[in-house]
Design a protein around this ligand. Structure first.
Ligand code: SAM
Ligand code: SF4
Ligand code: SF4
Length: 371
Protein backbone atom coordinates (compact mmCIF):
# COMPACT_ATOMS: atom_id res chain seq x y z
CA UNK A 1 0.00 0.00 0.00
CA UNK A 2 1.42 3.44 -0.82
CA UNK A 3 1.11 5.91 1.97
CA UNK A 4 -0.61 9.16 1.06
CA UNK A 5 1.08 12.20 2.51
CA UNK A 6 -1.25 14.89 3.73
CA UNK A 7 -0.17 18.47 2.94
CA UNK A 8 0.31 20.90 5.75
CA UNK A 9 -1.87 23.61 4.27
CA UNK A 10 -3.12 24.41 7.75
CA UNK A 11 0.35 25.63 8.65
CA UNK A 12 -0.29 28.56 6.35
CA UNK A 13 -2.88 29.81 8.73
CA UNK A 14 -0.96 29.53 11.99
CA UNK A 15 -1.33 32.75 13.92
CA UNK A 16 2.01 34.09 15.01
CA UNK A 17 1.76 37.85 15.13
CA UNK A 18 5.19 39.26 15.95
CA UNK A 19 5.77 41.01 19.23
CA UNK A 20 6.42 44.73 19.05
CA UNK A 21 9.02 45.68 21.66
CA UNK A 22 8.05 48.53 24.00
CA UNK A 23 11.30 50.28 23.28
CA UNK A 24 11.35 50.97 19.54
CA UNK A 25 14.77 50.71 17.91
CA UNK A 26 15.75 52.13 14.51
CA UNK A 27 17.31 49.87 11.86
CA UNK A 28 21.10 49.89 11.86
CA UNK A 29 21.72 47.51 8.96
CA UNK A 30 23.57 45.32 11.45
CA UNK A 31 21.08 42.69 12.57
CA UNK A 32 22.64 39.63 14.16
CA UNK A 33 20.86 36.46 15.17
CA UNK A 34 21.76 34.06 17.99
CA UNK A 35 24.42 32.46 15.79
CA UNK A 36 25.84 35.90 14.81
CA UNK A 37 24.37 35.76 11.30
CA UNK A 38 23.28 39.00 9.58
CA UNK A 39 20.24 39.40 7.30
CA UNK A 40 21.26 40.10 3.70
CA UNK A 41 19.02 38.09 1.40
CA UNK A 42 15.22 38.20 1.19
CA UNK A 43 13.21 35.80 -0.96
CA UNK A 44 9.73 36.99 -1.66
CA UNK A 45 7.07 34.56 -2.82
CA UNK A 46 4.61 36.45 -5.00
CA UNK A 47 2.18 33.61 -5.64
CA UNK A 48 1.56 30.12 -4.31
CA UNK A 49 0.24 29.00 -7.72
CA UNK A 50 2.17 27.27 -10.46
CA UNK A 51 1.48 25.92 -13.95
CA UNK A 52 3.94 23.02 -13.36
CA UNK A 53 3.49 20.10 -10.99
CA UNK A 54 7.13 19.18 -10.38
CA UNK A 55 7.10 15.86 -8.60
CA UNK A 56 9.51 17.05 -5.90
CA UNK A 57 7.66 20.30 -5.23
CA UNK A 58 3.94 20.27 -6.08
CA UNK A 59 3.03 16.62 -6.70
CA UNK A 60 -0.28 16.24 -8.53
CA UNK A 61 -1.78 13.92 -5.94
CA UNK A 62 -1.65 16.77 -3.44
CA UNK A 63 -1.88 19.90 -5.58
CA UNK A 64 -4.95 18.73 -7.51
CA UNK A 65 -8.20 20.46 -8.48
CA UNK A 66 -9.36 20.35 -4.88
CA UNK A 67 -6.30 22.08 -3.52
CA UNK A 68 -7.18 25.47 -2.08
CA UNK A 69 -4.71 28.12 -3.14
CA UNK A 70 -4.72 31.42 -1.31
CA UNK A 71 -7.47 33.88 -2.27
CA UNK A 72 -6.36 37.22 -3.71
CA UNK A 73 -7.29 39.25 -0.63
CA UNK A 74 -4.84 37.30 1.52
CA UNK A 75 -1.87 37.97 -0.75
CA UNK A 76 0.41 40.86 0.04
CA UNK A 77 -0.32 43.70 -2.37
CA UNK A 78 2.55 45.26 -4.33
CA UNK A 79 2.40 48.29 -2.02
CA UNK A 80 2.67 46.04 1.03
CA UNK A 81 5.58 44.08 -0.46
CA UNK A 82 7.37 47.32 -1.34
CA UNK A 83 6.85 48.79 2.11
CA UNK A 84 8.18 45.66 3.84
CA UNK A 85 11.11 45.46 1.40
CA UNK A 86 12.16 49.00 2.32
CA UNK A 87 12.12 48.02 5.99
CA UNK A 88 14.19 44.89 5.28
CA UNK A 89 16.68 46.89 3.21
CA UNK A 90 17.16 49.29 6.12
CA UNK A 91 17.97 46.17 8.17
CA UNK A 92 20.76 45.18 5.78
CA UNK A 93 19.09 43.22 2.97
CA UNK A 94 20.96 43.73 -0.31
CA UNK A 95 19.53 40.97 -2.45
CA UNK A 96 15.90 40.35 -3.33
CA UNK A 97 14.76 37.23 -5.15
CA UNK A 98 11.19 37.01 -6.43
CA UNK A 99 9.93 33.47 -6.40
CA UNK A 100 6.84 31.39 -5.74
CA UNK A 101 5.04 29.21 -6.96
CA UNK A 102 5.72 30.55 -10.41
CA UNK A 103 6.39 34.29 -10.06
CA UNK A 104 5.55 35.07 -13.70
CA UNK A 105 1.96 33.97 -13.01
CA UNK A 106 1.45 36.96 -10.69
CA UNK A 107 -0.52 39.54 -12.61
CA UNK A 108 1.42 42.72 -13.45
CA UNK A 109 4.61 41.42 -11.86
CA UNK A 110 6.49 44.05 -13.89
CA UNK A 111 4.77 46.73 -11.83
CA UNK A 112 6.14 45.22 -8.62
CA UNK A 113 9.61 45.02 -10.17
CA UNK A 114 9.42 48.71 -11.09
CA UNK A 115 8.51 49.54 -7.49
CA UNK A 116 11.35 47.45 -6.05
CA UNK A 117 13.98 48.48 -8.59
CA UNK A 118 14.11 52.06 -7.31
CA UNK A 119 14.85 51.03 -3.71
CA UNK A 120 18.48 51.57 -2.72
CA UNK A 121 20.54 50.38 0.24
CA UNK A 122 21.30 52.91 3.01
CA UNK A 123 24.63 53.66 1.28
CA UNK A 124 22.88 54.33 -2.02
CA UNK A 125 23.54 51.08 -3.91
CA UNK A 126 20.82 49.50 -6.07
CA UNK A 127 19.45 46.16 -4.89
CA UNK A 128 20.47 42.91 -6.51
CA UNK A 129 16.98 42.18 -7.84
CA UNK A 130 16.52 38.71 -9.29
CA UNK A 131 13.87 36.07 -9.96
CA UNK A 132 13.66 32.29 -10.04
CA UNK A 133 11.30 31.00 -12.73
CA UNK A 134 10.35 27.84 -14.55
CA UNK A 135 10.69 29.94 -17.75
CA UNK A 136 7.33 28.87 -19.17
CA UNK A 137 6.46 32.55 -19.74
CA UNK A 138 9.98 33.92 -19.92
CA UNK A 139 10.32 34.32 -23.68
CA UNK A 140 7.15 36.41 -23.66
CA UNK A 141 8.06 38.50 -20.63
CA UNK A 142 11.85 38.85 -20.67
CA UNK A 143 11.91 42.28 -22.32
CA UNK A 144 9.24 43.78 -20.05
CA UNK A 145 10.99 42.33 -16.98
CA UNK A 146 14.27 43.87 -18.07
CA UNK A 147 12.60 47.20 -18.82
CA UNK A 148 10.99 47.17 -15.37
CA UNK A 149 14.42 46.86 -13.74
CA UNK A 150 14.98 43.14 -13.11
CA UNK A 151 18.73 42.41 -13.09
CA UNK A 152 18.99 38.65 -13.65
CA UNK A 153 16.98 35.44 -13.75
CA UNK A 154 17.59 31.93 -12.51
CA UNK A 155 15.80 29.29 -14.54
CA UNK A 156 14.85 25.85 -13.27
CA UNK A 157 15.45 23.03 -15.75
CA UNK A 158 15.82 19.44 -14.59
CA UNK A 159 16.61 17.64 -17.83
CA UNK A 160 17.28 18.08 -21.55
CA UNK A 161 15.62 14.80 -22.30
CA UNK A 162 11.97 15.40 -23.19
CA UNK A 163 10.57 12.30 -21.51
CA UNK A 164 12.49 12.86 -18.28
CA UNK A 165 11.68 16.58 -18.14
CA UNK A 166 8.00 16.02 -18.76
CA UNK A 167 7.91 13.28 -16.15
CA UNK A 168 9.38 15.78 -13.70
CA UNK A 169 7.24 18.84 -14.51
CA UNK A 170 4.24 16.52 -14.90
CA UNK A 171 2.35 18.89 -17.21
CA UNK A 172 4.04 17.88 -20.50
CA UNK A 173 5.93 21.16 -20.74
CA UNK A 174 8.59 20.91 -23.51
CA UNK A 175 12.33 21.41 -22.96
CA UNK A 176 12.61 23.55 -26.11
CA UNK A 177 10.34 26.24 -24.67
CA UNK A 178 12.51 26.56 -21.54
CA UNK A 179 15.66 26.77 -23.68
CA UNK A 180 14.00 29.42 -25.83
CA UNK A 181 13.12 31.38 -22.67
CA UNK A 182 16.76 31.25 -21.57
CA UNK A 183 17.92 32.43 -24.98
CA UNK A 184 15.55 35.40 -25.05
CA UNK A 185 16.42 36.35 -21.45
CA UNK A 186 20.07 36.28 -22.43
CA UNK A 187 19.44 38.44 -25.47
CA UNK A 188 17.62 41.17 -23.53
CA UNK A 189 20.38 41.32 -20.91
CA UNK A 190 18.96 39.35 -17.97
CA UNK A 191 22.27 37.52 -17.54
CA UNK A 192 24.41 35.99 -16.31
CA UNK A 193 21.69 33.37 -16.24
CA UNK A 194 21.86 30.55 -13.78
CA UNK A 195 20.10 27.27 -14.45
CA UNK A 196 19.07 25.18 -11.45
CA UNK A 197 18.74 21.42 -11.84
CA UNK A 198 17.28 19.52 -8.90
CA UNK A 199 18.84 16.06 -9.01
CA UNK A 200 16.51 13.30 -7.91
CA UNK A 201 18.18 9.90 -7.85
CA UNK A 202 16.57 7.36 -10.18
CA UNK A 203 14.67 10.11 -11.97
CA UNK A 204 17.06 12.54 -13.68
CA UNK A 205 20.55 11.75 -12.38
CA UNK A 206 21.46 10.26 -15.78
CA UNK A 207 21.06 13.83 -17.08
CA UNK A 208 23.87 15.31 -14.93
CA UNK A 209 26.60 14.85 -17.53
CA UNK A 210 24.48 15.77 -20.61
CA UNK A 211 23.32 18.97 -18.87
CA UNK A 212 26.90 19.87 -17.93
CA UNK A 213 28.07 19.19 -21.48
CA UNK A 214 25.25 21.25 -23.00
CA UNK A 215 25.94 24.40 -20.96
CA UNK A 216 29.75 24.06 -20.90
CA UNK A 217 31.27 26.94 -22.82
CA UNK A 218 28.08 29.01 -22.70
CA UNK A 219 27.54 32.05 -20.47
CA UNK A 220 24.95 30.06 -18.47
CA UNK A 221 26.02 28.85 -15.02
CA UNK A 222 24.51 25.45 -14.31
CA UNK A 223 23.90 24.52 -10.68
CA UNK A 224 23.01 21.11 -9.34
CA UNK A 225 20.74 21.12 -6.30
CA UNK A 226 20.47 18.20 -3.93
CA UNK A 227 16.89 17.04 -3.69
CA UNK A 228 15.66 18.38 -0.34
CA UNK A 229 13.12 17.32 2.22
CA UNK A 230 11.21 20.60 1.99
CA UNK A 231 7.50 20.56 2.73
CA UNK A 232 5.60 17.48 3.65
CA UNK A 233 4.12 16.36 0.37
CA UNK A 234 7.02 15.17 -1.78
CA UNK A 235 7.61 11.89 0.07
CA UNK A 236 11.34 12.61 0.33
CA UNK A 237 13.73 9.74 0.99
CA UNK A 238 17.44 10.08 1.70
CA UNK A 239 18.33 7.40 -0.83
CA UNK A 240 16.95 9.62 -3.63
CA UNK A 241 19.53 12.30 -2.84
CA UNK A 242 22.58 12.26 -5.11
CA UNK A 243 25.33 13.93 -3.06
CA UNK A 244 27.04 16.89 -4.76
CA UNK A 245 30.37 15.10 -4.41
CA UNK A 246 28.97 12.38 -6.68
CA UNK A 247 27.72 14.99 -9.19
CA UNK A 248 31.20 16.51 -9.38
CA UNK A 249 32.79 13.06 -9.65
CA UNK A 250 30.61 12.14 -12.62
CA UNK A 251 31.28 15.39 -14.53
CA UNK A 252 34.97 15.36 -13.67
CA UNK A 253 35.38 11.94 -15.31
CA UNK A 254 35.00 13.41 -18.79
CA UNK A 255 35.27 17.18 -18.20
CA UNK A 256 37.91 17.94 -15.52
CA UNK A 257 36.95 20.44 -12.83
CA UNK A 258 38.68 22.36 -10.07
CA UNK A 259 37.11 24.09 -7.08
CA UNK A 260 37.09 27.89 -6.90
CA UNK A 261 36.46 30.45 -4.15
CA UNK A 262 32.92 31.57 -3.33
CA UNK A 263 31.89 35.02 -4.58
CA UNK A 264 30.77 36.10 -1.12
CA UNK A 265 30.12 34.75 2.38
CA UNK A 266 26.84 32.91 2.60
CA UNK A 267 26.77 31.91 -1.09
CA UNK A 268 24.69 28.75 -1.29
CA UNK A 269 26.53 27.19 -4.24
CA UNK A 270 30.00 25.71 -4.11
CA UNK A 271 31.75 26.76 -7.34
CA UNK A 272 33.78 24.56 -9.69
CA UNK A 273 35.37 25.55 -13.01
CA UNK A 274 36.40 23.50 -16.01
CA UNK A 275 40.17 23.27 -16.11
CA UNK A 276 40.09 24.04 -19.85
CA UNK A 277 38.64 27.47 -19.05
CA UNK A 278 35.20 26.84 -20.53
CA UNK A 279 33.08 28.11 -17.66
CA UNK A 280 31.86 26.95 -14.28
CA UNK A 281 29.22 24.86 -12.54
CA UNK A 282 27.87 25.07 -9.02
CA UNK A 283 26.59 22.53 -6.54
CA UNK A 284 24.14 23.27 -3.77
CA UNK A 285 24.61 20.65 -1.08
CA UNK A 286 21.77 21.51 1.26
CA UNK A 287 21.51 17.91 2.42
CA UNK A 288 25.03 16.50 2.54
CA UNK A 289 26.93 19.66 3.48
CA UNK A 290 24.69 22.04 5.31
CA UNK A 291 25.60 25.71 5.10
CA UNK A 292 23.48 27.00 7.99
CA UNK A 293 26.39 28.69 9.74
CA UNK A 294 26.48 31.41 7.06
CA UNK A 295 22.77 31.52 6.32
CA UNK A 296 21.72 35.14 5.98
CA UNK A 297 18.43 34.47 4.21
CA UNK A 298 14.83 35.12 5.16
CA UNK A 299 11.68 34.32 3.24
CA UNK A 300 8.48 36.31 2.94
CA UNK A 301 5.53 34.11 2.02
CA UNK A 302 2.82 35.04 -0.43
CA UNK A 303 0.55 36.11 2.41
CA UNK A 304 3.21 38.04 4.28
CA UNK A 305 4.59 35.60 6.81
CA UNK A 306 8.27 35.82 7.55
CA UNK A 307 10.14 32.51 7.65
CA UNK A 308 13.62 32.59 9.10
CA UNK A 309 14.45 29.14 7.69
CA UNK A 310 13.33 27.18 4.61
CA UNK A 311 12.43 24.37 6.96
CA UNK A 312 10.58 26.42 9.58
CA UNK A 313 7.32 25.02 10.88
CA UNK A 314 5.59 28.37 11.03
CA UNK A 315 5.94 31.99 10.00
CA UNK A 316 5.65 35.39 11.64
CA UNK A 317 2.67 37.30 10.37
CA UNK A 318 4.00 40.63 9.12
CA UNK A 319 0.85 41.20 7.07
CA UNK A 320 -1.10 41.39 10.33
CA UNK A 321 1.17 44.19 11.51
CA UNK A 322 0.83 46.03 8.20
CA UNK A 323 -2.96 45.67 8.06
CA UNK A 324 -3.42 46.62 11.71
CA UNK A 325 -1.85 49.97 10.86
CA UNK A 326 1.45 49.65 12.70
CA UNK A 327 4.10 52.22 11.84
CA UNK A 328 7.36 51.52 10.00
CA UNK A 329 9.22 52.02 13.30
CA UNK A 330 7.08 49.39 15.01
CA UNK A 331 7.49 46.85 12.20
CA UNK A 332 11.23 47.58 12.07
CA UNK A 333 11.52 46.85 15.79
CA UNK A 334 9.40 43.70 15.54
CA UNK A 335 11.74 42.35 12.83
CA UNK A 336 14.83 43.21 14.91
CA UNK A 337 13.31 41.32 17.80
CA UNK A 338 12.49 38.30 15.62
CA UNK A 339 15.93 38.14 14.03
CA UNK A 340 17.65 38.43 17.40
CA UNK A 341 15.80 35.25 18.47
CA UNK A 342 16.70 33.28 15.33
CA UNK A 343 18.63 30.09 15.89
CA UNK A 344 17.49 27.96 12.90
CA UNK A 345 19.96 25.45 11.50
CA UNK A 346 17.71 22.68 10.28
CA UNK A 347 20.05 21.25 7.63
CA UNK A 348 22.97 21.02 10.02
CA UNK A 349 20.83 19.20 12.53
CA UNK A 350 19.53 16.85 9.84
CA UNK A 351 23.08 16.11 8.72
CA UNK A 352 23.90 15.13 12.28
CA UNK A 353 21.08 12.62 12.29
CA UNK A 354 21.57 9.11 11.10
CA UNK A 355 20.25 8.14 7.71
CA UNK A 356 16.78 6.67 7.75
CA UNK A 357 15.69 8.48 10.86
CA UNK A 358 12.32 10.15 10.56
CA UNK A 359 12.33 13.78 9.60
CA UNK A 360 12.35 15.92 12.72
CA UNK A 361 9.37 18.19 12.12
CA UNK A 362 6.56 18.91 9.68
CA UNK A 363 7.33 21.82 7.45
CA UNK A 364 5.72 24.27 5.04
CA UNK A 365 5.66 23.72 1.29
CA UNK A 366 8.38 25.29 -0.89
CA UNK A 367 5.80 26.49 -3.41
CA UNK A 368 4.26 28.55 -0.60
CA UNK A 369 7.33 30.18 0.94
CA UNK A 370 9.45 30.16 -2.21
CA UNK A 371 12.77 28.54 -3.06
N1 SAM B 1 8.61 28.10 -9.95
C1 SAM B 1 9.89 28.68 -9.92
C2 SAM B 1 10.94 27.70 -10.37
O1 SAM B 1 10.68 26.50 -10.37
O2 SAM B 1 12.02 28.16 -10.69
C3 SAM B 1 10.27 29.29 -8.59
C4 SAM B 1 9.87 28.57 -7.34
S1 SAM B 1 10.65 27.01 -7.05
C5 SAM B 1 9.91 26.53 -5.53
C6 SAM B 1 12.29 27.52 -6.63
C7 SAM B 1 13.36 26.47 -6.75
O3 SAM B 1 13.13 25.47 -5.77
C8 SAM B 1 13.42 25.74 -8.06
O4 SAM B 1 14.72 25.84 -8.63
C9 SAM B 1 13.10 24.32 -7.70
O5 SAM B 1 13.73 23.42 -8.55
C10 SAM B 1 13.56 24.24 -6.27
N2 SAM B 1 12.94 23.15 -5.50
C11 SAM B 1 11.63 22.90 -5.31
N3 SAM B 1 11.45 21.80 -4.56
C12 SAM B 1 12.68 21.33 -4.24
C13 SAM B 1 13.18 20.23 -3.50
N4 SAM B 1 12.37 19.36 -2.91
N5 SAM B 1 14.52 20.07 -3.39
C14 SAM B 1 15.37 20.94 -3.99
N6 SAM B 1 14.97 22.02 -4.70
C15 SAM B 1 13.65 22.21 -4.84
FE1 SF4 C 1 6.32 25.09 -9.84
FE2 SF4 C 1 8.81 25.80 -9.41
FE3 SF4 C 1 7.61 24.07 -7.76
FE4 SF4 C 1 8.17 23.29 -10.22
S1 SF4 C 1 9.66 23.89 -8.63
S2 SF4 C 1 6.20 22.99 -9.17
S3 SF4 C 1 7.93 25.14 -11.38
S4 SF4 C 1 7.07 26.18 -8.04
FE1 SF4 D 1 19.36 28.52 6.24
FE2 SF4 D 1 17.54 26.94 7.36
FE3 SF4 D 1 18.67 26.25 5.03
FE4 SF4 D 1 20.09 26.16 7.31
S1 SF4 D 1 18.32 24.92 6.83
S2 SF4 D 1 20.77 27.01 5.33
S3 SF4 D 1 19.24 27.94 8.40
S4 SF4 D 1 17.35 28.04 5.40
Amino acid sequence: MTERIIPVADLRYLQAVPHIPEQLVPATGLLSDRLSRPLRDLRISVTDRCNFRCVYCMPKEVFDNNYEFLPQNLLLSFEEITRLTKIFVAHGVEKIRLTGGEPLLRKNIEKLIEMLAVITTPDGKPLDLTMTTNASLLAKKAQSLKDAGLKRVTVSLDSLDETTFQRMNDVDFPVADVLHGIEVAQKVGLGPIKVNMVVKGGMNDQEIVPMARYFKGSPVILRFIEYMDVGASNGWKMDEVIPSAEVIRRINESMPLEEIEPNYTGETAERWRYTDGSGEVGVISSVTQAFCSDCNRARLSTEGKLFTCLFATGGHDLRALVRKGHSDEEITSAISHLWAQREDRYSELRTQQTEGLERPVRKVEMSYIGG
